[in-house]
Design a protein around this ligand. Structure first.
Ligand code: GNR
Ligand code: NI
Length: 167
């Protein structure tokens, strides 16, 4: 297993669109395991492949307290959204920033699992928010895109400054 490095906003690569995974093979399974390890050590509750510079439609999530309930979704699709909920969001690609974002409260998702078998699940609250956040990454979208231009600019400047000081 390996820890992968995570791209940080405003890296333009985070705006790339990810492509469907045609076949869940050994290379994909290895990527899933590396992404889980990277997510756990970050630590985060989710990670999308484009955050580690891989433009494939793959996300991993673990919202459990004990961090022993990994979920892998390959080619995830939201087929139903219900309700509205506002949650404070953060992102491993936008470190140290937390802002409220409005999303669907409950969603139905179809995907393939790590075993390549189809999944169809209904989830709500934190899990629903997390899956919507991760699927946005696959489209090159970040939670800061839901904020005002002014807030987003402030965040961009702050992270650019941090970057200059750590280089
Ligand atoms: O670790 C994460 N926490 C989080 C909190 C609220 C809403 C979404 C998230 S996802 C984030 C990890 C991440 O950046 N995934 O893309
Ligand atoms: Ni994120």
């Amino acid at each position: 297993m390996a820890i992968l490095s995570i791209l940080h906003y405003p890296d333009p690569r985070l705006r790339g669109k990810s492509l469907p995974i045609p076949r869940v093979d050994d290379a994909i399974c290895k990527l899933v395991d590396d992404m889980l390890e990277t997510m756990y050590q970050a630590p985060g509750i989710g990670l999308a492949a484009p955050q580690v510079n891989v433009f494939k439609r793959l996300i991993v999530i673990d919202i459990s307290e004990n961090r022993q309930t990994p979920l892998c979704l390959i080619n995830p699709e939201i087929i139903r959204k219900d309700g509205i909920e506002t949650m404070e969001e953060g992102c491993l690609s936008v470190p140290g920033i937390f802002e409220p974002v409005e999303r669907a409260q409950r969603i139905r998702v179809k995907a393939l699992g790590r075993d390549g078998k189809p999944l169809d699940m209904e989830v709500d609250d934190v899990m629903a928010v997390c899956i919507q956040h991760e699927i946005d990454h696959l489209e090159g979208k970040l939670f800061v895109d839901y904020l005002s231009e002014m807030k987003r600019q402030r965040i961009r400047k702050k992270l650019e400054k941090q970057r200059r000081q750590t280089l």
